[in-house]
Design a protein. Structure first.
Length: 622
């Protein structure tokens, strides 16, 4: 290198560059992002200066141009901004390390550079992010100040740089970096425009690639007063392959030190319980993408919500309860308040819109309600359950129960019995199928928070099995119950209380829904579920199993009703015995909580069956 026009750098820049490379984890996209940030800052500053001079920024036709040369491993980003004079390049590049050390925290807190000096300091801070990936850098620039002449700075590494006259004809700055061979793929002409669009889509200046604009520049959250319909339309245009969002929540948070704009939405597609992107947000800093699908910003319970947000302050500074640089602003708490207020408004003004959320995100919404009492209070009446009257909210179910029985009582069964629906309809008993892992815990929490509502489980208290019976003389009895229209495996046994004819229990090998298993596993790994919900799920998981047989019906051979049915079979009255068997099964389904005392129903049913079959308790089957 000739010694003419060569200048030293005040600090060992090459050493600092290596440290910066370690800090950014060798992510070469940082280089492009840093150059785009500089170009945007330059144009912003030029627009501000022009506005003060009475010139409309639109007259300047400010933009950003990107070009690559794969053979030369060259990446070029050019702006139409304020530019540098030769003196300014000396001043700022020559002291780059000092500026980075002293000014980074202060300058990064600002939304846009407010002076030429702030822009130039930010320029060298951003430039340092690109240097670890470059063999050499050329900065060619012309200041917007009258009388300025073009200049060119060439940095080949080490601790010196060269400064010569430049050739650009209009104000602005062009940064050309020759990438190191291991990072040459950043110059791929197919990849670069995709990355530029990904990171710079919302920059307020057009980004040109081969003469074509590749960024949208704006979105509804940058337009004050944009209606919700505009947000929804924008999301559909961004994700045309995805179903329409179920709820769209505009996001605008204004505090003395912080401004956040964006959108939160509940997606129209079901979310898998182990989806790694549950509750994630695309985070922008001053209109440029900083992190894709970042977790930990939304409250933990909001797994069914996604978002986009742009902040004037780096988001990591808003997520530390001990960092007072944002004036005590703690982003997760603020976003939780935004979501709860939005749900409150929607449920008050348009509750029908929330029904789709309850349908599509049933498990995640119920888990969220168990985790957060404020959310539970809002949504509990709108959660959906499978009942004898179809899918209903708790509000709809309690209204039907009150009309049918005059009681505010929730009747449920924790093991689904398909054959029970007809029986319960005949008895005018609306029943909730609470066999899913979270349903029973939701009902228990609902009753705790609503003392005027009672909760009644419809299962009989557990019987104590004395012994299983495999005597061949009971085979006709087994065959009779097996012929009933119910998917059950029939066993014969003796158990207490002996007055009970049948007990229906979950099979040891019953299908287990994958979602329930996943949710329970998730709760075990993360500890993210309250203990009471996790306990309810564990009971549900242990009660479910893995083959096609869904239920076991245990026949108590000591019960007079079962003896009577067997007697009817031996005396040739199979049709009547079949009706009695169906009645015995119905008795097993009518449990505590029915309008009539279940013990009285059992007693009358036994007597009726014995009478129908002409059986006396002292008779012995042949």
């Amino acid at each position: 290198m000739s010694e003419d026009n060569v200048y030293p750098i005040g600090y060992p820049l090459e050493t600092i560059t290596r440290l910066m490379g370690s800090a950014v984890n060798a992510d070469e996209t940082v280089a492009l992002r840093a150059l785009l940030r500089n170009a945007s800052n330059a144009n912003v500053r030029r627009a501000e200066v022009a506005a003060k001079q009475g010139i409309s920024p639109s007259e300047l036709a400010l933009g950003i141009e990107i070009a690559v040369d794969l053979q030369q491993r060259m990446l070029v980003v050019k702006d139409d901004g304020v530019g540098f004079t030769e003196e300014e390049l000396h001043k700022y590049f020559g002291h780059i390390a000092e500026i980075v050390a002293q000014e980074t925290p202060r300058l990064q807190r600002q939304r846009e550079p407010g002076t030429d000096d702030e822009y130039m300091r930010l320029f060298v801070i951003m430039l340092l992010h690109a240097l670890p990936f470059a063999d050499d850098v050329v900065i060619e620039t012309l200041s917007h100040k009258p009388g300025s002449t073009p200049c060119r700075l060439h940095y080949y590494g080490g601790d010196h740089y060269r400064l010569d006259k430049g050739e650009v004809g209009t104000p602005g700055t062009s940064v050309r970096i020759r990438l190191k061979p291991e990072h040459a793929h950043l110059c791929d002409p197919e990849r670069v425009p995709q990355l530029a669009q990904l990171y710079g889509d919302y920059l307020q200046f057009p980004i040109f690639w081969q003469g074509r604009q590749i960024n949208t520049m704006s979105s509804p959250w940058y337009q004050d007063g944009a209606p919700v319909a505009d947000y929804a339309a924008f999301l559909r245009s961004r994700r045309p392959h995805m179903p329409t969002p179920l709820l769209v929540i505009p996001l605008h948070i204004q505090r003395p030190e912080v401004e956040i704009r964006g959108v939160l939405w509940v997606p129209g597609r079901p979310l898998a319980l182990l989806d790694e992107h549950l509750g994630c947000v695309d985070v922008y800093w001053r209109r440029m993408l900083a992190v894709q699908q970042q977790g930990g910003l939304l409250p933990r319970w909001a797994r069914f919500v996604l978002g986009i947000m742009d902040s004037n302050v780096p988001v990591e500074r808003l997520c530390s309860e001990t960092d007072d640089r944002a004036g005590g602003f703690y982003l997760p708490t603020v976003l939780e308040e935004v979501l709860l207020d939005a749900f409150r408004q929607i449920l008050t003004e348009h509750p029908e819109r929330f029904t789709a959320v309850a349908q599509r995100h049933d498990h995640l919404l119920k888990l969220a309600a168990l985790e957060n009492d404020d959310l539970f209070e809002l949504v509990a009446d709108h959660l959906l359950f499978t009942t004898t009257s179809g899918r209903q909210t708790l509000a709809e179910y309690l209204s039907e129960v009150t009309q049918a029985t005059g009681e505010a009582r929730i009747r449920y069964q924790s093991v689904p019995l398909e054959s029970a629906w007809t029986v319960f309809r005949e008895h005018r008993l609306p029943i909730i199928d609470a066999s899913e892992g979270l349903d029973e815990a939701i009902l228990e929490k609902y009753v705790r928070l609503n003392p005027t509502v009672e909760l009644a489980g419809m299962e009989e208290t557990e019987a104590r099995f004395l012994e299983d019976i495999s005597d061949a003389k009971y085979q006709p009895l087994v065959e009779l119950f097996s012929d009933l229209a119910a998917p059950m495996t029939v066993h014969t046994a003796r158990f207490e209380p002996s007055s009970m004819a049948v007990i229906v229990s979950p099979a040891r090998n019953d299908p287990m829904k994958p979602e329930l298993e996943q949710l329970f596993l998730l709760s075990q790994i993360t500890g993210a579920m309250p203990a009471e919900a996790r306990s309810a799920m564990q009971r549900a998981v242990s009660a479910r199993s893995t083959t096609t047989q869904s239920r076991i019906i245990h026949l108590n051979v000591d019960c007079p009703a079962i003896k009577a049915i067997l007697h009817g079979l031996h005396t040739g009255r199979r049709e009547l015995a079949g009706k009695a068997a169906q009645m015995a099964l119905m008795q097993g389904l009518v449990r505590a909580g029915s309008p009539t005392d279940s013990a009285r129903i059992r007693e009358l049913g036994n007597a009726l069956q014995c009478s129908l079959l002409g059986y006396e308790d002292d008779e012995t089957p042949v």
